[in-house]
Write a protein that binds this ligand. Structure first.
Ligand SMILES: [Zn+2]
Length: 414
């Protein structure tokens, strides 16, 4: 990264060791003929990844929960006490994070990283550009708890609301809820990503444990796409109780926040940023009241605090544009290619085939730019493996080891 920032070939490798003669001969020469440089822009990911990669001392598992401010679990700066933009924790934001780990401006105490991660040596590094990923924070953090807590009173017989979903058992009500959700999606032109709401959604994994969905119940995008339906469902029943009113507020504001980001371009205007921060503030305040009043059903995890930083401090733009969905998709694509390869050659074949797929996609985009093609996808080509014995549908990642019937099924989208 240092060589990229300087725009010249390095004199040594990342650990300071001499390079091989071929690369050593290039040392000090420009990387490109037109003297282009590269710049590190940001690092975005799951909180656990940030903790490990940056050797953070302050994280979700410690008493000081955040590497961007001095929020704590309990005490005067308790992260659960206030989610407004005027909260006391907002006055403790890290001020100078450009060279936090080693420089003279390194913040004292909890914000100082515990170890020496080499990432801090990247030219232009800033902790403020190491941001929580929205997908891992909202969908796979908060919504995995909020969605089952919202549905529980509707699905469990004898839990008060009963109401919209007919049936005397959880299974019957879950089936009715699925039909209602699919019907809502069809009426509103939404692809129903959730195939079935089941009784497992409102059954804790252990007796007494809080309700929490996993990705085997619903993927991140599926949970997000449920927000409009849950908004409508909870709004209709908002007057039943104080909990129902707060629940409707929570869903309404989360959905409104998501709509702001969804409709905004890559970089938010100040009005859009303020609107998203306002919706986030109201949503998390409702969640705070729910967790305080009904702790058996509603939880307030540290990711609620992380969401405040996404909504209020995303200095690099729209968090719905820069997110980890594509990275997660990459893992899925690599896995599918792997499944189609022979076990002995899988490591090499996966890299070869992914490189081919990437090249096809990039060339398609380039051809669109040149006007040779109208659209950039899908790109499909038969790629022959070096042995000649294997063929590969590069766009789908289906390998020759797949039976023909399975490949045909995949093409039909089954
Ligand atoms: Zn913080």
């Amino acid at each position: 990264m240092a060589a990229l920032a300087a725009g010249v070939h390095p004199c040594a490798d990342a650990k300071g060791r001499p390079l091989d003669p071929r690369r050593a001969a290039l040392a000090g020469q420009p990387l490109t003929a037109d003297h282009l440089c590269g710049a590190w822009v940001e690092m975005r990911g799951n909180w656990e990844f940030l903790r490990d990669a940056l050797a953070l001392r302050s994280h979700f598992g410690s008493s000081n929960v955040c590497h961007l401010c001095r929020a704590t679990k309990g005490g005067e700066l308790d992260f659960t006490a206030d989610f407004s933009r005027g909260a006391a924790t907002r006055a403790t934001l890290l001020q100078d994070a450009a060279d936090a780990p080693a420089g003279a401006n390194a913040p004292a105490g909890a914000n100082a990283p515990a170890g020496a991660s080499p990432l801090y040596k990247i030219p232009g590094f800033s902790l403020w550009r190491c941001m929580f990923d929205l997908m891992h924070t909202l969908e796979l953090g908060l919504l995995q708890r909020i969605v089952p807590a919202t549905l529980e009173p509707f699905l469990k017989p004898g839990r008060g609301l009963g109401g919209p979903f007919a049936g005397t058992t959880i299974q019957a009500r879950s089936h009715a809820a699925t039909q209602a959700y699919v019907g809502f999606c069809h009426r509103n032109g939404i692809y129903p990503r959730v195939k079935a709401i089941t009784s497992q959604w409102v059954t804790p994994q252990k007796p007494g444990a809080a309700l929490q969905l996993s990705q085997s119940h619903a993927k991140a995008a599926a949970l997000r796409r449920m927000l409009p339906w849950l908004c409508e469902l909870t709004a209709v029943h908002a007057e039943v109780s104080d909990e129902a009113r707060l629940r409707a507020t929570l869903l309404r504001e989360l959905h409104a926040m998501d709509v702001v980001w969804d409709k905004a371009p890559r970089f938010l205007t100040s009005e859009q940023a303020a609107a998203a921060a306002g919706h986030c503030e109201l949503a998390l305040d409702a969640l705070r009241q729910l967790a305080a009043g009904w702790p058996g059903r509603w939880k307030l995890p540290p990711k609620a605090h992380a969401l405040t930083h996404i909504a209020c401090d995303s200095i690099l733009g729209n968090p719905r544009v820069a997110h980890c969905y594509q990275d997660e998709d990459f893992v899925g694509r690599a896995k599918r290619i792997w499944a189609g390869c022979h076990g002995l050659t899988a490591q090499r074949r996966v890299q070869q085939r992914y490189a081919l797929l990437t090249a096809l996609r990039l060339s398609a985009r380039y051809e669109v730019k040149l006007g040779i093609r109208r659209t950039r996808g899908p790109v499909r080509a038969r790629v022959h493996a070096p042995s000649g014995a294997e063929t590969q549908d590069a766009a789908s990642g289906a390998g020759a080891a797949d039976p023909a019937g399975r490949r045909a099924k995949r093409r039909r989208g089954q």
